[in-house]
Design a protein. Structure first.
Length: 203
């Protein structure tokens, strides 16, 4: 079985991220799974800290989910939390697990809701186009939701915002992207730019 991933979105009181980070780090280090990313929103919905964690299997992920649900101080940040979302994901087929390192000053997190029946065509379209797209800029990971609305989420690092716009424009102009499976996307889509925090292994 492939690994499992959680994207936890912590909506924080304005200006509280610096105060919240030590507790967040202690909380995730004290639980199961591996922290991969901890990014703070810079463009998009603001005052959000997004955490990407990797788990060996469903059982490990669900134990950690239950820990979060039952915690009196979830993610060590209850004093600053205004909202908490925890979503479960699996990686696209043959998707390598991310490894810590320095890959970019900003990360783009994009999410799309799929039309019913669109998951397998999406896998096929991505498998066809992804080698050409990642030749232009690397992909951190592509994930599909295991709960809630059928959806995909993918994370891309860039040196800066200018590099992000340039690589995306180049990919469209050269026909490298998007994959043909884009016809399975609904209009429900969102993207944001995030900066790595001091506790993020991916930076």
């Amino acid at each position: 079985m492939s690994k499992r991933y959680e994207l936890a979105t912590l909506s924080l009181q304005m200006g509280s991220a610096t105060n919240a980070l030590p507790g967040v780090e202690a909380y995730v280090r004290g639980g199961e799974g591996r922290l991969l990313g901890a990014w703070l929103a810079d463009v998009g919905a603001l005052n959000r800290l997004v955490l990407l964690r990797e788990f060996e299997n469903d059982t490990e992920m669900l134990r950690e989910r239950q820990r979060g649900l039952a915690a009196s101080n979830p993610f060590g940040a209850a004093s600053w939390l205004t909202r908490l979302e925890m979503e479960s994901y699996a990686p696209f087929p043959n998707m390598p697990a991310p490894e810590p390192g320095a890959f970019g000053a900003i990360y783009e997190i994009r999410s799309y809701v799929l039309k019913p029946g669109g998951l397998l065509p999406t896998f096929e379209g991505w498998a066809e186009k992804l080698p050409g797209r990642t030749a232009l800029s690397p992909l951190t990971i592509a994930l599909y939701g295991l709960d809630g609305t059928p959806r995909i989420t993918h994370i891309w690092p860039y040196a800066d915002a200018n590099a992000r716009f340039a690589r995306r424009a180049e990919s469209v102009a050269t026909g490298v992207w998007p994959p043909r499976s884009a016809v399975w996307l609904t209009p429900e889509m969102q993207a944001g730019l995030y900066v790595p925090t001091a506790i993020s292994p991916l930076r």
